[in-house]
Design a protein around this ligand. Structure first.
Ligand SMILES: Nc1nc2c(ncn2[C@@H]2O[C@H](COP(=O)(O)OP(=O)(O)OP(=O)(O)O)[C@@H](O)[C@H]2O)c(=O)[nH]1
Ligand SMILES: [Mg+2]
Length: 406
């Protein structure tokens, strides 16, 4: 790897990265460390951006994509966290059971789900490499496509460097490029693809679900409730989104569907005290797992984070090892915002792992690679649909092959 990176340093870069940053390589930060770069308004021209270090990039018909930089101060609109005047009581959709036949194979579904992301990539790649040798220009074009696919600058550089090292000035097929893409993506995702281990000694094993409005927290709880139930675990749910009646109803539907009791309180009650009660109830009832839903929309970002911090603090009063998992649910369709959300939530609470949803509806599935590369947080599950079978443990090789269409 280091050889290829060194080689990449030497070659003249005319591509997007060098045009944007005027340098040819970037070292990966330590896990959890963050760039101090400021965000660049989307309205800036490419020329204006060239003068700034590590801006957030927007180009080509307004396509915005991830740099590996996460700004220190993230404007609320770039996190996807919505501001609300008052807690809303409107009806949220109660998810219908879109369960697919169990015999339908997961890899097929994953591939199908990732079609939008992978087609965009493979069309771009075949557009460059049909009947062409691998030269500096094609490498630059490839780098642009990979960055536009949200894979992150570092990963894009590693892929082009690897190709430059072995295949420069040779004929190269689209498939060969896809192979290198898959293997580099897998090498980024491999270390973070970690199953969610439920410690049986913790009774209950408490999972706190966090994420912005609409990310898929409640649905993911429902899907996990089915999964844990199928494994013979006793599961209880806590309706911690205490601001919306519809949110409580939505969780109750999942509770009924999966046979899990739901702890709820009156609308407007304190989510942290509900957490306290739910932990006691789960313990008394001998539950193996307690999953707590939380609000994704509060008056503002500070309220949202304060509430999570308070829930964690109260849980620790009963069990200092709780919550045993804090899962941040990210919606793949939000692209760059998902990167920002990982930073913002990670600063408020100890996020222990990620779940990425809606990979089926997104052309921006590559963002998972950029997030993995930057934050090194475990990715436990991915969702490629609304059905209960559409959440599966995250497997790096499957994802890499699906996104590279091989
Ligand atoms: N296509 C698709 N839809 C999903 C997936 N996961 C969740 N959804 C849908 O996304 C919508 C929002 O999901 P919720 O679970 O209500 O999101 P939430 O994070 O609880 O939202 P708030 O309660 O508003 O904070 C629902 O219509 C879900 O069915 C997925 O993997 N793929
Ligand atoms: Mg919800």
């Amino acid at each position: 790897m280091s050889d290829s990176k060194d080689k990449g340093k030497d070659k003249p870069k005319k591509g997007l990265f060098s045009r944007m940053f005027g340098k040819t390589t970037q070292t990966s930060p330590e896990p959890g460390s963050l760039s101090k770069a400021e965000a660049t308004p989307e309205t800036q021209t490419l020329q204006e951006q060239e003068t700034l270090a590590e801006p957030e990039i927007t180009l080509r018909q307004g396509t915005s994509f991830a740099t590996d930089s996460v700004p220190e101060q993230i404007p609320i609109e770039e996190t996807g966290i919505e501001e609300h005047d008052a807690p809303s009581l409107e009806s949220a959709p109660v998810v219908e059971d879109g369960e697919l036949p169990a015999q339908r194979n997961w890899f097929g579904r994953l591939k199908q789900g990732l079609t939008k992301s992978s087609t965009r990539l493979s069309d771009g790649i075949s557009g460059i490499f049909t009947k062409r040798k691998l030269d500096e220009d094609t490498l630059q074009e490839l780098e642009d496509i990979l960055i536009q696919a949200d894979l992150g600058v570092d990963t894009a550089m590693r892929i082009t460097d690897k190709l430059a090292q072995t295949r420069l000035d040779k004929d190269i097929s689209t498939l060969e490029v896809q192979d290198v893409l898959a293997s580099e993506v897998e090498s980024v995702l491999g270390p973070v693809a970690q199953p969610l281990e439920i410690d049986q000694a913790a009774k209950p094993f408490v999972i706190l679900m966090a994420g912005v409005n609409g990310a898929g927290k409640t649905t993911t709880i429902g899907k996990l409730s089915r999964k844990f139930g199928d494994e013979g675990k006793k599961v209880m749910l806590a309706a911690g989104d205490t601001f919306r009646a519809a949110a409580v109803e939505q969780l109750e539907v999942w509770g009924e569907r999966t046979g899990a009791p739901v702890v709820k309180r009156e609308i407007g009650s304190d989510a942290a005290s509900l957490a306290y009660d739910a932990m006691n109830e789960a313990k008394a009832a001998g539950m193996d797992v307690l999953m707590m839903d939380t609000a994704g929309r509060l008056q503002n970002k500070a309220h949202l984070m304060d509430e999570l911090v308070k829930i964690v603090r109260v849980m620790k009063k009963l069990d200092e090892t709780a919550p045993h998992a804090v899962l941040l649910v990210l919606d793949a369709t939000t692209g760059q915002n998902a990167l920002n959300q990982t930073k913002v939530f990670g600063e408020a609470v100890d996020v222990t792992g990620l779940v990425m949803t809606k990979l089926d509806g997104s052309a921006r599935g590559g963002i998972l690679v950029a997030i993995a590369d930057r934050f090194k947080l475990p990715v436990h599950f991915i969702g490629v649909g609304e059905g209960v079978e559409d959440l599966q443990p995250f497997k790096a090789e499957e994802f890499a092959k699906a996104i590279a269409q091989i």
